[in-house]
Design a protein around this ligand. Structure first.
Ligand SMILES: NC(=O)c1ccc[n+]([C@@H]2O[C@H](COP(=O)([O-])OP(=O)(O)OC[C@H]3O[C@@H](n4cnc5c(N)ncnc54)[C@H](OP(=O)(O)O)[C@@H]3O)[C@@H](O)[C@H]2O)c1
Length: 250
């Protein structure tokens, strides 16, 4: 019998109720961790998650708040510390798109994406670091995107935030490396979740032609890389980014 690799670890996954985040939550639960899955609005998906993962009982906690709201984030960590005095892994996964070509993008489309993807990553990481330092161990993983490396038409807001998350991993890694904390980014390509549900079959076919492995990504493709980065054995990987894109953008 293999030992659960994350037995009793404390893990927070933002946007953990749907898509990639949900896959990450399941992987950690399967390996013995206690996991907080956060979400913003969609109660239905949160309830579904609670129902479908009920076998994990009190290993799974759900928290509803907006990662782009500094006060909400502070209050979340206050509640968190009332429950646990340690945080082993933070996955900054919550993110949105709001696509439009640069010339037509509104202030609101620009700011909403920056607020959630960028401010959210900053607020969540800023509060996690002191908690991790206390225990001289931690793993912070930003869910970036291949869009942040290659740039995608219509995503000036999104690509900017995703490139910034890679830079934020580099900066934070330098700041906290000597405290036993690693900070990395994961850059998925096109992964089958709600985020790409808008794509028509024709658009998907066009994209597939650009992906060397000729398929869209699965949530598990990404979740496996996140858990790999979280391992104790991954202590010498920090300040970098790993593409999970089937070769797109390479
Ligand atoms: N899918 C892809 O192809 C792809 C590719 C590259 C990178 N990514 C990145 O991977 C991450 C997850 O993507 P996904 O496709 O799994 O997304 P998704 O299916 O749309 O799920 C997004 C999750 O984030 C939560 N969320 C959104 N805004 C939030 C906020 N302000 N505060 C707290 N939580 C919030 C959502 O909560 P609610 O349910 O309450 O709205 C949901 O749980 C994102 O950062 C995305 O940029 C995705």
């Amino acid at each position: 019998m293999t030992m659960a690799r994350f037995h009793d670890w404390k893990v927070v996954v933002t946007g953990g109720t749907r898509g990639i985040g949900r896959g990450v939550v399941e992987c950690f639960l399967q390996e013995g961790a206690h996991v907080v899955a956060t979400y913003n609005k969609n109660e239905q998906e949160a309830n579904l998650l609670r129902e479908q993962l009920s076998e994990y009982g009190n290993h799974l906690f759900l928290e509803k708040f907006d990662v782009s709201n500094s006060q909400d984030v502070k209050e979340f960590y206050k509640r968190y510390e009332e429950r646990w005095d340690r945080l082993d892994v933070l996955v900054n996964n919550a993110g949105i798109t709001s696509d439009q070509v640069t010339a037509l993008m509104t202030d609101d489309e620009w700011k909403r994406v920056l607020n959630i993807n960028l401010d959210g990553t900053f607020f969540m990481s800023r509060a996690a670091i002191p908690l991790m330092m206390r225990n001289r161990f931690g793993r912070i993983i930003h869910m970036s995107s291949i869009s942040g490396k290659m740039g995608m038409s219509g995503q000036v807001n999104y690509s900017a935030t995703k490139a910034a998350q890679v830079a934020m991993a580099q900066v934070m890694a330098k700041e906290v490396g000597k405290k036993g904390i690693t900070v990395n980014a994961v850059c998925p390509g096109f992964i089958e979740t709600d985020m790409i549900a808008y794509m028509t079959d024709e658009q998907k076919r066009a994209v597939l032609n650009e992906i060397p492995v000729r398929r869209l990504g699965k949530v598990s493709d990404v979740a496996n890389v996140v858990t790999f980065l979280a391992l104790r054995e991954s202590a010498y990987i920090t300040g970098t980014s790993i593409d999970v894109s089937g070769g797109l953008g390479s």
